[in-house]
Design a protein around this ligand. Sequence first.
Ligand SMILES: [Zn+2]
Ligand SMILES: [Zn+2]
Length: 134
Amino acid sequence: MLELDQIDCSSLRITKQRQLILDELMSVKSHPTADELYQMVRKRLPKISLGTVYRNLEIMSDCGVIQKLDIGGTQKRFDANAETHYHVRCAKCGKVDDIDMPPDRSVEKEAGKLSKYTIIRHRLEFTGICPACK
Ligand SMILES: [Zn+2]
Ligand SMILES: [Zn+2]
């Protein structure tokens, strides 16, 4: 694997707990925070702790099973879609939506050329005002 030094992702097991967290995450398109996911998961696993949910989210995002979004200086959000795709965030309410447009691979080529890095992925975040806030 590439840059994953702390966790051995090849031995990452999708435990029942993890699967449940994953199921809940896949059931929404809202890019929930760890807190929001915890509230969802707790309905099905009342004994689970926020720490456990958080830790599992971190591990799964480090291993590329899900995606972690550090955007706009707000709380981290999580996305069941680990593929490169673009997001738009509402500057008023903080809502995050996907934008259904193909990622521009040419910027990765260009960035690789200029930096001499092997580019693995890129992120693009738009900021706007959502229809509900307009
Ligand atoms: Zn809004
Ligand atoms: Zn997304």
